[in-house]
Design a protein around this ligand. Structure first.
Ligand code: GDP
Length: 210
């Protein structure tokens, strides 16, 4: 594990990342189609976000968005979009590069406060890519940020299935065994019904010091 972290440190090079590490950062990660854009847009009452990075579109690995920068009374934070979770169809090279970038971010980024990991409640399944994300978080060996697992599309799922899935996730996190995984919060959300919106905001506010 030590070797792996050393390797991650070496390959850390995220041209898209703003240089200042003072503004708190909140990560949203999940496999494609999990409902990430819908959730972020619901959260911010928007239909689209504007990237703040100096070179938007330069990398497809992570995107950084400033939130509340125009509202001095509200806590400012950065929302970090981590696309590309799940590499079934990409080359080994690309997959390794992705792991290097995201893993390096988890190891080094001082401003990281909270990671929201989205899982589709309708699918009721934890995929290898999701476990890969947990492994990267575990390897970072940090406890100064928090992991929240968000079960998305809860409107589409009957309560008993939602509860069953939450149990499966809790058990999988227990097996993962890292501090972050053991202390993770799990809650359900829906961009359609807005279920969980307040919980999400409360989590963000407490993480970014609002
Ligand atoms: P992304 O690829 O993770 O950004 O996912 P999107 O936000 O684009 O959503 C993927 C699909 O899931 C779209 O067809 C959405 O309409 C649907 N979807 C997203 N959020 C919800 C939700 O809360 N409930 C339901 N029922 N469908 C949703």
């Amino acid at each position: 594990v030590t070797k792996r972290v050393a390797l991650l440190r070496k390959v850390w090079d995220l041209p898209n990342a703003p240089e200042d590490e003072v503004c708190p950062e909140v990560v949203f990660a999940g496999r494609s189609n999990v409902g990430k854009s819908s959730l972020v847009n619901m959260l911010l009452n928007r239909t689209a976000l504007a990237p703040t990075s100096a070179r938007p579109g330069k990398t497809k690995t992570m995107d950084f968005f400033d939130v509340n920068s125009g509202h001095p009374a509200l806590p400012r934070f950065r929302l970090v979009d981590v696309p590309g979770l799940g590499f079934a169809r990409v080359s080994r090279d690309l997959r390794d590069r992705w792991i290097g970038l995201i893993g390096g971010y988890f190891v080094q980024r001082k401003s990281l406060k909270i990671v929201f990991h989205l899982l589709d409640a309708g699918l009721c399944e934890i995929m290898p890519a999701d476990r890969e994300l947990w492994r990267l978080l575990a390897q970072a060996k940090r406890t100064d940020y928090e992991l929240c697992v968000v079960l998305t599309k809860a409107d589409n799922t009957i309560p008993s299935q939602l509860q069953r899935f939450a149990k499966i996730v809790r058990e999988a996190l227990r097996q993962e065994g890292s501090e972050l995984a053991l202390h993770a919060t799990i809650f359900a959300c829906s961009s359609k019904s807005k279920l969980g919106k307040d919980t999400l905001w409360r989590k963000i506010w407490s993480a970014v010091g609002g």
